[in-house]
Design a protein around this ligand. Sequence first.
Ligand code: C2E
Ligand code: MG
Ligand code: MG
Length: 616
Amino acid sequence: MVVGRTYHVDALAEWVIPVRKALRAPDGRVVAVMTAGLRVGEAGMIFSQQLHDSLDDSVILFRERDRYVQFMSRDNIRPEQYSEMQFSETEIADQRRVFEDSVGLSKPKIMESREAFTFFSRRDGLKYLAAVIYDPHYELWTISESSFAPLHRKFSATLLFYVSGSLLIIGILYLLFRVIDRAERAKRQELLFQARHDDLTGLLNRAGLLDRLKFRLGRGKPFSLVVINIDNFSGINDRFGLEHGDDMLVEFGGRLKRLVYESDDLARLGGDEFVIVTPNTDLPLLTEVCDGLVQNLVETFEVGRLHLQVGVRIGVARFPDDGDAVSELIRSAHLALHEARQSRSTVCVYRSDMETAYLRGLSVEQRLRFGLAARNLHMVYQPQVDERGTMTGLEALVRWQDDELGFVSPAEFIPVAERSGLMIPLGKFVLDTSLEEFSPLLADSPRALDLAINISVIQFCQADFVETVLSALAAHQVAPERLVLEITESLFMDNFQQVLETVCRLRDRGIRIAMDDFGTGYSSLSLLRQLPLDELKIDKSFVDAVVDDEKAANMVRSIVAIADSHKMSLIAEGVEDKAQASALIKLGCFRFQGYHFGRPVALAEIRDGIVLASQD
Ligand code: C2E
Ligand code: MG
Ligand code: MG
């Protein structure tokens, strides 16, 4: 069978590809020819321009023998054009070169192989991907070509689509993350602020202050730590309630904020304690600033409808002199504050001796607690005599010999006991022990004797103080008339009314009240006018100077006059020699206590003296 050139069959009005087959007799002669045609325009058929996809690709059948195109599936090509299309010799030669170079085989080999080959070709400046197969029987080449340009275009468009899509998604994600990050950062900032600031006042809190202090320490420049404490703040809470207490703290913090400089840090360390950190370390200037603070802070605060006034105390420590670590500086400032409380002053700047005093105070407190429990304390008694040297009474004085600290003076440990809550048990021990020891002596003595006992402010302000004294007297069978309670002026500084009531109740029962260390306080005269007292004890400082110092002698004269006019008995304490006693007698004081007449000793010694004297 042979394939002929495409031609137009007029009768059919159709372009066809003719195929013919010769029918031969057994001897080989052609006896007939069978012919048929393939319509190339028929819709739905293979030769109906449907093999190509677009303008950019084509499928061609062309004949090797005469280089005519038999069929072409390509846009804009009609069947009549096939028969006219013939590749030139040079075109064929060019194609052949490209073809052989790309495939790597010679044209005859390719024609023999009956395989399809693909290769790249270039025509009219465009690049094509081509596939070729040769059918030797019909001498037909089938060539398909696809242009690269649309592939590139499609690829680029797809790539562009995905890239821009990805960019868009990345952009959206980026914006989303930025929003989240910003919110997160704001939240973190807020948490950080909360962690470093006090809820109530909005000032720095302890953690915030520590941060600032560490920063300042790192910088190494000198600065001062000013700790401000409100006096008896719990009183405000107790009287007006926690809410008003809180409001008061807010007002206090607000006022402080207005008083400090930009360069200062202001914090609330907790409770009623505020801290200013300031670059000012000049001592006179610092004291002046602190005094100014106190003046401002004691002015009335308006808290709701309340008008509140508070007292403040300030302790100051300076970097680097008073500590080069945060905790050390805070501790030093607290020691200074402690000292301010002790000395009843408002502003105190740290000194190194405060440290020693504080540590000593701590160990005294610790050992005293132990000593009281172990009953390591005892009483001694110092005689009180009249102008003839006859004993009229005894003052009970407590003594403490500690295993570790040795002898500790009551002048040192009584204030410690008052601070640490030990004064109540200590006072009870003194009252009980001295009455217990004094009672048998009183029974044996031929004359009536008085027992003077020192009473601390703390004891005196106990609600059941009168009952405690009366029951101790009853328990040891000592008449109230024999007991003298020695108190000091500091007792009246805080709540005069309550003290006055207690004094009156005690005196109603026959117990006498003596004012110890008289003349050293501030309020003596105005106090005496209102207070019913029985005895004044002229302080040792006047006695010391009475012989040589006219002023001291005048002072004693005045005290004698006061005692006379108020009908109070008088006794001078700390009389160490005869000259002092004589001078005092001349001035009008006839009772004495002091080393000249007898040191404080155990009661047994005094008892022996009395018993021996009565036997004489
Ligand atoms: P005070 O009540 O004024 O006691 C007098 C102090 O002067 C005693 O010191 C006593 O030993 C001392 N003294 C007496 N005569 C002389 C003298 O001629 N020369 C010198 N240099 N000193 C003399 P003490 O026993 O060391 O007591 C000191 C303070 O401690 C007492 O002063 C008193 O305020 C307090 N105290 C002592 N015992 C007690 C106590 O049992 N209870 C309370 N609450 N306080 C006490
Ligand atoms: Mg005394
Ligand atoms: Mg005294």
